[in-house]
Ligand binder design. Structure first.
Ligand SMILES: Nc1ncnc2c1ncn2[C@@H]1O[C@H](COP(=O)(O)OP(=O)(O)OP(=O)(O)O)[C@@H](O)[C@H]1O
Ligand SMILES: [Mg+2]
Length: 256
């Protein structure tokens, strides 16, 4: 393992969160290294989305600490999280369906010239570069002027990931990126997740489906009713073994 890969990007320590009387995170430790894809797996209600919403400034934790590149930080808002280089890609809400791809890429973060004019030609050129070079889109049917609603679900994920990378995201969070996608679309979405790794960045990939997470993730963290039930490096566990452990967890409440 090289040093860049083993470097900690984010470290969440003893994170607690309650909604009313219900404690949904009971002191969770969760790390992400530079250039690492972490699969965050667990049943409905395990606390996966809540944990990442603490990282993206949607929720404030009731306890615990967050470190970013070794420095203790508090994340008060979604904007703050973005400033740090943490972006969430949501399947549905990510893009504006009626707009072209190039408008989507730069929506809210337009490239402007010295006098404040929006540089439309530059935005279209950059969009083309993001699609072809950065994300490796090959479909002839897609261009900078394509309207988002005609893209496949997997392609939409790709555009959202490309946009995040263009704006220098260090960590991209994907919460159930394959939900509702066909098998072909899922394959595309998974390729785009691999692309995050190839670009030297990190990702948290949340899913129920080990068969989707296993091939793309370097490490797996299993959350169960607000606790980390297990953590495995891919090199130490086969896909079948991970599935067996998950079945064991469901049956006995423990992975061991
Ligand atoms: N804003 C909220 N207010 C009250 N309860 C909440 C809130 N958000 C989440 N919860 C509860 O916290 C628990 C954990 O929810 P969370 O969304 O983190 O689970 P999850 O692991 O992402 O599940 P899923 O796989 O179904 O997406 C659930 O019982 C949920 O009902
Ligand atoms: Mg969730």
């Amino acid at each position: 393992m090289n040093s860049a890969r083993s470097k900690l990007l984010v470290s969440m320590s003893k994170i607690k969160k309650s909604f009313g009387k219900v404690e949904v995170l009971k002191g969770v430790d969760f790390d992400i290294r530079s250039n690492e894809i972490v699969g965050l797996i667990g049943d409905n209600g395990a606390g996966k989305s809540t944990l990442i919403k603490i990282l993206t400034g949607v929720h404030r934790p009731d306890g615990g600490e967050i470190y970013y590149k070794g420095e203790r930080i508090t994340i008060h808002s979604v904007d703050r999280s973005r400033e740090l280089g943490i972006e969430t890609v949501y399947q549905e809400r990510a893009l504006s369906e009626q707009q072209t791809l190039w408008r989507n890429i730069f929506m809210g973060r337009e490239l402007t010239g010295r006098l404040g004019f929006i540089r439309i030609k530059k935005q279209r050129e950059e969009t083309d570069r993001i699609l072809r070079d950065q994300m490796g889109f090959t479909s002839e049917a897609i261009s900078t002027d394509s309207i988002v609603q005609f893209l496949s679900g997997g392609e939409k994920q790709g555009v959202a990931i490309g946009r995040a990378l263009f704006f220098n995201a260090e960590l991209i969070i994907l919460d159930e990126p394959t939900m509702g996608l066909s098998i072909a679309e899922t394959k595309k979405a998974l390729d785009f997740v691999r692309n995050i790794k190839e670009q030297g960045k990190s990702a948290i990939f949340i899913s129920h489906n080990i068969y989707y997470v296993y091939p793309v993730a370097d490490r797996f963290v299993i959350l169960d009713r607000g606790n980390v039930a297990g953590e495995f490096n891919k090199k130490d566990i086969s896909q079948d073994e991970l599935v067996e452990r998950m079945v064991l967890l469901a049956k006995t409440g423990s992975m061991k």
